[in-house]
Write a protein that binds this ligand. Structure first.
Ligand SMILES: NC(=O)c1ccc[n+]([C@@H]2O[C@H](COP(=O)([O-])OP(=O)(O)OC[C@H]3O[C@@H](n4cnc5c(N)ncnc54)[C@H](OP(=O)(O)O)[C@@H]3O)[C@@H](O)[C@H]2O)c1
Length: 225
């Protein structure tokens, strides 16, 4: 599948590399893919020129990454996601599956962060993306686990779940299939895109668990009676 990842941070890089290994065609989209920008260090990732050399993936503009792709992944900070997807271009998103893995974190008062007010009162980034780009099939997924587990879910040998929310059943089936390729086995469909609100609050639990256990390699499992 042709996949355009919007965002060249640690998550975009790691997920892009994993999807390339699985045989997908992956491009990463950033705002200014100049040689100076590609050489810059990136927090939690490599300089993007090194990422390209190591993986064979291309780094292009956000619009180029989206226009070429069959499926798009938003891997930008939650607070910047609408701006980034606007650069990707509404026409380039229309009719396509758009995975939103962002979390709207406000670090203004240090660590641990809070959820950004703008995206957490009776709304969420996932819902606002769907409202801003009504012709895209937005699926909230992968935001509830650390990147090490996103790309290698088998590191946790017990049952653990990938949550999905979105309005389009076919889009959720496509995302489930993509995730199966990465090794995901257990899925919990939380319903329409409003489920994104619940998914985005899970990041607070995730951060607290990381503080308590010292590990980013953890996930939730819902056990029914
Ligand atoms: N870390 C994890 O384990 C984990 C797990 C699950 C989900 N997440 C979520 O994944 C997302 C990506 O995280 P990350 O650490 O890889 O990257 P990040 O640093 O949050 O975001 C990187 C990207 O955001 C773009 N960006 C920033 N401000 C922008 C703006 N105003 N307009 C347009 N684009 C803008 C940057 O574009 P340029 O390259 O052009 O600067 C960059 O490519 C976040 O929402 C995070 O909460 C993280």
């Amino acid at each position: 599948m042709k996949i355009g990842i919007i965002g060249g941070g640690g998550v975009g890089q790691a997920l892009g590399a994993a999807l390339l290994t699985l045989g997908h065609e992956v491009t990463l989209g950033i705002r200014t893919p100049s040689s100076e920008e590609l050489a810059k260090p990136r927090p939690q990732g490599k300089p993007l020129a090194e990422w390209s050399a190591a993986t064979g993936g291309k780094v292009v503009t956000m619009a180029e990454a989206a226009s070429d792709a069959d499926l798009i992944i938003n891997a930008t900070a939650g607070e910047a996601s609408i701006a980034a997807l606007t650069l990707a271009g509404a026409d380039n998103l229309a009719g396509k599956v758009l995975i939103d893995l962002s979390n709207p974190l406000d670090f203004s008062q240090g660590f641990p962060p809070a959820l950004s007010k703008q995206y957490s009162s009776h709304t969420s980034v996932g819902e606002q993306i769907q409202a801003a780009f009504p012709e895209a099939h937005v699926v909230k997924a992968f935001n509830t686990v650390g990147v090490g587990i996103i790309v290698n879910p088998g590191l946790i040998t017990k049952d653990h779940d990938l949550f999905l929310s979105g309005n389009d059943a076919a889009a959720k089936a496509t995302v489930t299939e993509l995730a199966r390729g990465l090794g995901w086995k257990s899925f919990l469909d939380l319903g329409d895109i409003k489920g994104s609100r619940a998914q985005e609050t899970i990041v607070l639990v995730w951060l607290q668990v990381m503080g308590a256990t010292g590990s980013s390699l953890h996930n939730l499992h819902v056990a029914l009676a």
